[in-house]
Design a binder for this molecule. Sequence first.
Ligand SMILES: *Cc1c(COP(=O)(O)O)cnc(C)c1O
Length: 397
Amino acid sequence: MLLNRVQTQLLALKEQRLQRFRRTVDQADGVQMVVDGHPMLAFCSNDYLGLANDAGLAQALCEGVQRYGVGAGASHLISGHSRAHALLEAQLATLLSANIPSAQALFFSTGYMANLGLLGGLAILAPDTEIFSEALNHASLIDGMRMARTRVRVFPHRDMASLEQLLAASTSSNKVVVTDSVFSMDGSVADVPALLDLCRRYEAWLVVDDAHGFGVLGASGLGVLEHFGLHDERLLYMGTLGKAAGVSGAFVCAHEDVVSWLVQRSRPYIYTTAAAPALAHALLRSLALIVEQEGQQRRAQLKQNISHLQQSLLQRHWRLMPSETAIQPLLVGDNGQALALSARLFEQGLWVPAIRPPTVPDGTARLRIALSAAHTPAQISRLAEAINFLEAQMPRS
Ligand SMILES: *Cc1c(COP(=O)(O)O)cnc(C)c1O
C-alpha cells in the first residue's frame, strides 16, 4: 500500500519524461572521465580551474588525514572545530578583508547549508524581517528563505526599478536583498554594484551567493566582490569551495559581529558534524593556488578557452547566450531538440547536459556548456565541430 503510492508517483514522472538519472563516473582525470564504462570528455563540471584532480591538493588531503584523522568526530561547538578549520577561516577572512570591513569567515560543509544557515540566522534578527529575492536565485537560497519562514518578495531578473519599488514600500526593520552573482543557467553576472547601491539607500543587507564566481572572477580569483571592487559592511558573502576551489564545502564571509551571531544561532552550522578537517587542510592549499601565479595562469587559460569556443561555434540558428564566464549556454529553444542534441553528443563521447523547463523559462531549452582551464584547445575544437555538424543536420525548430 505505502509503496504503491511511491510507484504511482514514479510512473507519472516517467510518463511525463521528467525522470532523472544519475550516471556513474568510474574514473576522472580532469575533464576526461570514464562514465558507466565509456570514456567521455566532460563539459558539465564546475571544476573551472581543473583543481579537483590536482596532485598537490590530493597530497594536501592525505597530509590532512595523517594529521587530523578522517573525521571531525563532533560538531564545531562541541569538539569538532579543528586547527585546520580555524586556519582556513582566518585565511578566507584575510583574503576578503579588502571587500568586507572587520571580515570574519565561517566554514560550512556545503554551500546548500551555508545558504540555509545564513538566511536563517539573518531572519531571526527581527520578527519583521523581509527578504527581497532575485527571480533566478539558486534553489538553496530559495530553500533557505522557506526555512527562515519570513516574508519573501521576488523581484524580476535584473529589474532594479522593481526592487527599488519593493524596498521603498517596505516597512521592515531588517531588509535583506539576496542574489546569485553568476546565474547558473545563463552564465551572466549580476549587477552587484547596482544592488549594493540600492541596499545602501534603503538600509538593507546584501547577500551574494558567489558559488560560480569564487576562484574565477577578480584579478586574484577572490570572486565577484573583487571583480567589482566593492567594500561594505552590509555585504554578506557566500562562496563555495567545491566548484573552482576543487574540494568541497563553503563559507560565509561577513563583518565579525555577523559571523559571531551565526555561531550563536545558525542551526545548520550548529547541529551538524563538522566537515573532515583534512578537507579544510586541503582547502588551505587550494586557496594558495587560487591567489598565486598558478591560479592566474589557470584563469587566463579558462578565458582563452571561452573565446576559443565563442569563435569556433558557427551559431547558424543556435545562439550562445551573452556570457563572459565559464558557463556558456547554447540556446536551442525546443525541449526535444535540446535533448536530442545532448544525446547525439553523448554518443560521440561528449558530455554536455540539456537544460529544460521548469529549470529555465519555456521555449529556452539549452545546452549548458561548462568550460574549465583543464580543457585543451583541441578538446574545445572537437566539441565545436560536433555541434556545428549537428546544427547543419538537425532541422531548425
Ligand atoms: C552549487 C551552488 C550552491 C550549493 O553549493 P554546494 O557546495 O554544492 O552545496 C549554492 N548556490 C549556487 C548558486 C550554486 O551554484
